[in-house]
Design a protein around this ligand. Structure first.
Ligand code: V0D
Length: 255
């Protein structure tokens, strides 16, 4: 039975269009590196910020579709610790996006029972950005639907370094013994502590690397890369990624 399904997948050239998503095997947690906004704009002769604005609209669409598919958590790499190196006006524009996003979409997110969260360093982010994000977190904290987790001013090595620092403090205090340090304990010091590791990572825009994103959490994650620029990402692209995730599960999964 399983074999027949595998053969069907292999022999069918139009797998992506002709095989249906298995709604019972959608990843719980999907992480996305939303790359290619600047390139998308340049290709159209527009300033890079036009790409970021368009990318923001795509975030809204993808959240809606992921929620409809039954995804429990979506972690979006919105701003890395490296992104500060960009031209100041571009950074300033990007830092206004959370406020814009929430002004436009927060009522819909609340209606859809979405819970907004963030990971990353709070310090360094402008006060007005933090204010908008904090309000969204506060107003959605009792929602029980999809967890929309924005990685803002996030870097994975920083996250791991902070976890080690905290853990060391607890060992110094004597609340934890060195012998008790294990993977589960280390994981509990990570900023994604309560949402579990992603089963699927998507990176857009053709770069095949992780760029300091969730290095600890991606240990067993299926990685999916596409040349599509983030502003061109759609429901269909999301489903293509999930379909590929499901196909890999059928081919390599236990049994
Ligand atoms: C720019 C593509 C939404 C990636 C998407 C501050 C680059 C658009 C948010 C957002 C960004 C963040 C937190 C929040 C609500 C919305 C966002 C940034 C960049 C970095 F609570 N889009 N978006 N944040 N871009």
């Amino acid at each position: 039975m399983l074999n027949k399904l595998v053969n069907l997948t292999k022999s069918n050239k139009e797998t992506k269009d002709s095989i249906e998503l298995d709604r019972s095997r959608v990843p719980n947690h999907i992480a996305i590196i939303m790359d290619g906004n600047g390139r998308w704009a340049k290709k159209r002769g527009l300033p890079r910020i036009a790409g970021h604005r368009e990318g923001m609209k795509v975030v809204r669409k993808v959240v809606k579709h992921a929620n409809e598919l039954g995804v429990h958590a979506l972690t979006l790499y919105a701003f890395s610790t490296e992104n500060w190196k960009r031209p100041k006006p571009e950074v300033e524009f990007i830092m206004k996006l959370p406020e814009q996003f929430l002004l436009t979409y927060l009522p819909e997110l609340i209606k859809e029972n979405v819970q907004v969260r963030t990971i990353g360093q709070r310090e360094g982010i402008p006060a007005y950005t933090q204010k908008a994000v904090n309000e969204a977190i506060e107003r959605t904290k009792h929602n029980s639907g999809l967890v929309l987790n924005f990685a803002l001013n996030y870097g994975s090595r920083y996250e791991i370094t902070e976890a080690v620092r905290q853990l060391s403090k607890d060992v110094e205090k004597g609340t934890i013994r060195a012998e008790d340090v294990n993977e589960k304990l280390i994981g509990s010091y990570m900023m994604t502590n309560d949402i579990g590791d992603p089963e699927l990572l998507i990176r857009t825009s053709g770069e095949i690397r992780l760029s300091n994103f969730m290095l600890w959490q991606l240990a067993y994650t299926e990685l999916w890369f596409t040349d599509v620029y983030w502003p061109d990402f759609s429901k269909e692209t999301l489903e293509e990624a999930i379909l590929e995730y499901q196909r890999r599960g059928r081919r390599f999964g236990g049994v």
